[in-house]
Design a protein. Structure first.
Length: 440
């Protein structure tokens, strides 16, 4: 079939348009630098519709209080599971609900930034990250892949350059990862709502392998709080409950690989029901922020689990957080009419931190000998010294603070999520993750 001049021109133009479209697709798929837990260079769950620079420098802050900002952006909600700083590099482990813009995959990710806030690389995990901890010469991360056939949880060794090595599958969802020493790592999983399992992993210089384990249960649903190592022994703190009839603070002490421990319960039925919200060790034993009969209570238990002390504070609250910083404890209670924060010394003396000014304390750091507390309410983020002599406040909607760090140049850096606000650049979807350096 012979084409006339007009038909030939149309056909040439169509070929040019198709070639340009193919080239654009290849450019988009190649944007950024990433590796995945399965060894590939990311997935194809979502692709941005315009060229997007993933490995970019920090932006100047929008307000005088913020020096610079690095925003991790996607069209969905991004959350942080764990964040840490090593030799000036910030490691942000989290989950993205959509795979586009900065994220090649939805699910678990690791983003690395240098000391200036420049994004240097991404790593992806198959499934949703549920726990991350320091381990050996890097990190250990757990991800759960949820599908119609059932949840599958996997454990990964992560180097500081982002390299990922699969270790194996875990018995239930991983809820915590704790470094015990240079060679051992404790991994706590929850096989079902009524049990917890601790497994020791040993590092031989090249790989992590599973060793002894102990499984605990007590006939109640368990909500895990924390795990502590004391030589060859471990203590797990949890909430044991069977609502609406039973609620208690529970401790389990055991030697890994040994028999299942008998629990120490503090709480019970009816008026004795105690709901714990956060637990931490202190010089004399363990301290817990709880609710009893609708009132806030600080409960302390000695290391032998034979004596307790209960301080009733006389108000109701919604959530509570216990933070240790600079040799003291900070107990923050988020109440409907405004949060209150107490500073507690090693003798359990307490007083209200007036500088918190109605914000719920979420994280802390020590800067030049001064304790810096970070807190947030619905539309404000505040950093301040406990004595109230220095503070900085900026607008951030729906903010949640995941970590406060001191940068190599002596400034203060926050890792947080937010839905924008006057103090931050506008998010692309729901909540984005922000790394901001503030001037205090």
């Amino acid at each position: 079939m012979r084409l006339n001049k007009k038909q030939a021109t149309v056909l040439i133009l169509l070929n040019i348009a198709i070639a340009a479209l193919v080239a654009t697709v290849f450019l988009l798929r190649g944007a950024g630098s990433a590796t995945s837990a399965d060894g590939s260079n990311g997935g194809d769950h979502g692709t941005s519709v315009t060229p997007h620079e993933k490995l970019r420098k920090a932006s100047p802050g929008k307000t005088p209080q913020i020096d610079r900002e690095t925003r991790l952006m996607g069209s969905g909600d991004e959350t942080v599971v764990y964040t840490h700083v090593v030799n000036g590099t910030t490691f942000i482990f989290g989950n993205a609900s959509v795979g586009d813009l900065d994220f090649d995959n939805y699910g678990g990710f690791l983003c690395r930034t240098d000391s200036s806030g420049t994004i240097t690389g991404f790593t992806y995990f198959v499934g949703e990250l549920t726990a991350v901890g320091i381990a050996n010469d890097g990190f250990c991360a757990a991800a759960t892949e949820r599908n119609d056939k059932g949840d599958v949880s996997k454990l990964y060794s992560v180097k500081t350059d982002g390299t990922v090595t699969a270790i194996g599958e875990t018995d239930g969802e991983t809820v915590d990862i704790k470094a015990v020493d240079g060679r051992k790592t404790a991994v706590v999983t929850q096989p079902n709502p009524g049990s917890l399992k601790l497994t020791e992993y040993t590092y031989d210089g090249t790989a992590m392998t599973a060793g002894y384990s102990t499984r605990i249960s007590g006939g109640f649903d368990l909500e895990y709080f924390d795990c502590y190592a004391f030589g060859s022994d471990y203590v797990i703190a949890a909430r044991a409950h069977s609502l609406p009839r039973y609620d208690s603070l529970a401790f389990y002490k055991f030697t890994v690989g040994g028999e299942a421990p008998s629990p120490f319960y503090y709480g019970g039925k009816d008026e004795s029901m105690i709901t714990p919200y956060d637990v931490s060790p202190y010089d004399g034993g363990y301290m817990a922020l709880c609710r009893r009969n609708g009132e806030a209570v600080i409960i302390t238990v000695d290391y032998t689990f034979t004596s307790t002390r209960r301080d009733v504070l006389g108000f109701d609250f919604e959530t509570a957080r216990l933070i240790y910083s600079g040799g003291k404890y900070y107990a923050g209670f988020d109440r409907g009419d405004g949060a209150v924060t107490y500073v507690i010394d090693d003798k359990l003396n307490r007083k209200i931190v007036t500088a918190a000014d109605g914000c719920a304390v979420e994280s802390s750091a020590v800067h030049n000998g001064a304790v810096i507390l970070a807190c947030a309410n619905k539309n404000t983020v505040k950093l301040f010294t406990v004595d109230g002599n220095r503070s900085v406040v900026f607008s951030a909607d729906g903010a949640r603070i995941y970590g406060v760090f001191i940068t190599t140049d002596g400034n203060i850096m926050l890792v947080m999520s937010a839905k924008g606000g006057a103090g931050l650049s506008e998010p692309t979807g729901g909540a984005d993750v922000y790394r901001v350096v503030v001037k205090l």
